[in-house]
Design a protein around this ligand. Structure first.
Ligand code: PEP
Length: 262
């Protein structure tokens, strides 16, 4: 038993963006914040395509410790400047409980990435931060474990949690992870929390972003979060999944033509 499906509001009073059952929220932005110019360009591409929230990683949890780890606090400052210019509220990842206060000071929504879904101290810290939380599914987590992770945030009095299905690890090597599209209606049947889909990190391939977004729309997800980059070939992080040009226009079209909720 749970209450009717919730809407989570993100951003400053007066210009808040809803994520929930009565709308479809399009979130886009660069995987990683690299420079002020690249972040602004990506944000303008996202906004022109219809996105109402900007994503961008300042603290990047990379599989290899030798890969670009993000700009840290400098990246948060760039995001905050880009918010001033574009008006788009920001969602960005926090990977360490010690960084929660500084990330919460700059961002409108705190993201917990797949690798930290079961980092309970971090979940409690974001629960205490007073900002909405985007909780990605652990790539090896069951739906039950994911919902229990959300409870760690909720237990601190923060019910503004949005779930994000971003693919799970299976035996199939042709995509980075396997998007568990059935998780969307399953979660909606047992939880009141909004749920969105990340087709970029699930597939790891830009050619899959539009079809997987259409699948997310088809199963009734509350939104999508996608990577865009003005120069994907030279991106410091996850360039192969970043949209530019044709795919971004196709995605914008798919998002615009969502059938009405009946
Ligand atoms: C991201 O969204 O930047 C990210 C790293 O995603 P995930 O945690 O799903 O891999």
């Amino acid at each position: 038993h749970h209450p009717d499906r919730s809407t989570v509001w993100v951003g400053r009073i007066g210009s808040q963006v809803p994520i929930g059952p009565d709308t479809f929220t399009f979130i886009a932005g660069p995987c990683a914040v690299e420079t002020p110019g690249q972040t602004l360009e990506a944000a303008e591409m996202a906004k022109a395509a219809g996105a109402t929230l900007l994503r961008g990683g300042a603290f990047k949890p990379r599989t290899s410790p030798y890969a670009f780890q993000g700009l840290g606090i400098k990246g948060l400052e760039i995001l905050a400047d880009v918010r001033e210019t574009t008006g788009l509220p920001i969602v960005t990842e926090v990977v360490d409980a010690r960084d929660v206060p500084v990330v919460a000071e700059h961002a409108d929504m705190l993201q917990i990435g797949t690798r930290n879904m079961a980092n309970f101290g971090l979940l409690q810290a974001v629960g205490d931060a007073g900002k909405p939380v985007l909780l990605k599914r652990g790539m090896t987590a069951t739906i039950e474990e994911w919902l229990m992770a959300a409870e760690y945030v909720a237990q601190r009095g923060n019910l503004d949690v949005v779930l994000c299905e971003r693919g799970i690890r299976t035996f199939e090597p042709s995509t980075r992870n396997t998007l568990d599209i059935s998780a969307v209606p399953v979660v909606q049947s047992i939880s009141h929390l909004p749920i969105i889909v990340d087709p970029s990190h699930a597939g790891g391939r830009k050619d899959l972003v539009v079809p997987l977004s259409r699948a997310a729309i088809g199963v009734g997800a509350d939104g999508v979060i996608v990577d865009v980059h003005p120069d994907p070939e030279n991106a410091l992080c996850d360039g192969p999944q970043a949209l530019l040009g044709t795919e971004l226009r196709e995605l914008a079209q798919a998002v615009r033509t969502i059938p009405p909720v009946v």
